[in-house]
Ligand binder design. Structure first.
Ligand SMILES: Nc1nc2c(c(=O)[nH]1)N[C@H]1C(S)=C(S)[C@@H](COP(=O)(O)O)O[C@H]1N2
Ligand SMILES: [Mo]
Length: 311
């Protein structure tokens, strides 16, 4: 099935329920910020143990993919297009000092040091499924903070309907950027209710340790109900915007990669089926679940939307 349409949703189409949920989450995130005022600094080197990580009930109850696979089978085109290229080449990325610039429609724009951002909420361990659009998948014990906590801190105004994200642009550190395989820097975006959803995580670690560079150090997005390409790595910029932001893959191949990119076994990629997936380490394929198994938590965000059109 080939679906061509630009997948956008007018702000007027966001349901009142979604907006209500959004406000409720906002209040919760504010409380978390207050509780996290005094956290130890984050160790800087990949593999360093993260302290003070709160265990959460986010766990699909499936065995996590071995660390060796999570860190040696990656997509990170800034370091090459082969699955093993990022593990080989990402070592040259300098992840400290690191700052995140927040711009656009918010009360507190600015350039924030990563250490400060990490004081806005406690670090949590959450085990999520990751489903790549290429039909492989993993189970990863991430460590991070809810994106909602960061948004609560910078306070989006009523005009902010979407959050746009950008990866670092530095061809000296990211040699893949010397080739025009993608339109650099890598860009992604979420609708505000998706960005505020409690499942949406900004990860700084995995398996209890500082994120290896190839997995998106020092700060990467994880949106478990969407295809992996939405989970942008090595983020340096957040922009609060009023209209649907441009995203890298959507811009490259709009008929193959939609803005929403919700995992959906009923909507095939134009060149292959999305009905099944191979969990890394498994011999046989398994069925892909709607919203990657998170339908109960997120399906309501898309009530009334035609998910074949907004793919
Ligand atoms: N900046 C950047 N982020 C990126 C990518 C990329 O090439 N560059 N690849 C995406 C894709 S397609 C996937 S499947 C996931 C893979 O995450 P992992 O390597 O941690 O498993 O990262 C996503 N984030
Ligand atoms: Mo992917």
């Amino acid at each position: 099935m080939l679906i061509r349409r630009s997948a956008t949703l007018a702000p007027s189409e966001i349901t009142p329920r979604a907006l209500f949920e959004q406000r409720r989450l906002f209040l919760k995130a504010g409380a978390a910020t207050a509780a996290a005022a005094l956290l130890p600094n984050l160790p800087a080197r990949a593999g360093d143990r993260l302290a003070g990580v709160v265990k959460t009930p986010y766990d699909p109850g499936e065995p996590p993919t071995p660390l060796a696979d999570v860190t040696r089978y990656n997509n990170f085109y800034e370091f090459g297009t082969g699955k093993e290229d990022p593990a080989r080449n990402a070592g040259r990325l300098r992840t400290r000092p690191w700052s995140v610039t927040v711009e656009g429609h918010c009360e507190r724009p600015g350039r924030y040091d990563l250490e400060d951002v990490l004081r806005w909420a406690p670090l949590e361990e959450r085990i999520y499924r990751l489903r790549c659009v290429e039909a492989w998948s993993m189970v990863v014990p991430w460590v991070g903070l809810p994106l909602a906590a960061v948004l609560a801190h910078v306070q989006p105004t009523a005009q902010a309907k979407y959050v746009a994200f950008e990866t670092l642009f530095d061809p000296e550190q990211m040699p893949g950027q010397n080739r025009s395989i993608l339109d650099w820097p890598y860009r992604e975006g979420l609708r505000m209710d998706e960005a505020l959803h409690p499942l949406t995580l900004l990860a700084v670690g995995l398996y209890g340790e500082v994120l290896p560079n190839q997995n998106g150090a020092p700060l990467r997005l994880v949106v478990p109900w969407k295809y992996g390409f939405k989970s942008i790595k090595s983020i340096v910029r957040l922009r609060l915007v009023e209209t649907v932001p441009e995203t890298t893959w959507n811009r490259m191949q709009p008929d193959e990669y939609g803005f929403y990119a919700n995992v959906n076994p009923a909507v095939d990629h134009p060149r292959w089926s999305q009905k099944r997936e191979r969990r890394i380490g498994d011999l046989f394929k398994r069925d892909t679940l709607p919203f990657n198994g998170y339908a109960e938590q997120v399906a309501a965000l898309y009530g009334g939307m035609d998910l074949k059109r907004y793919y």
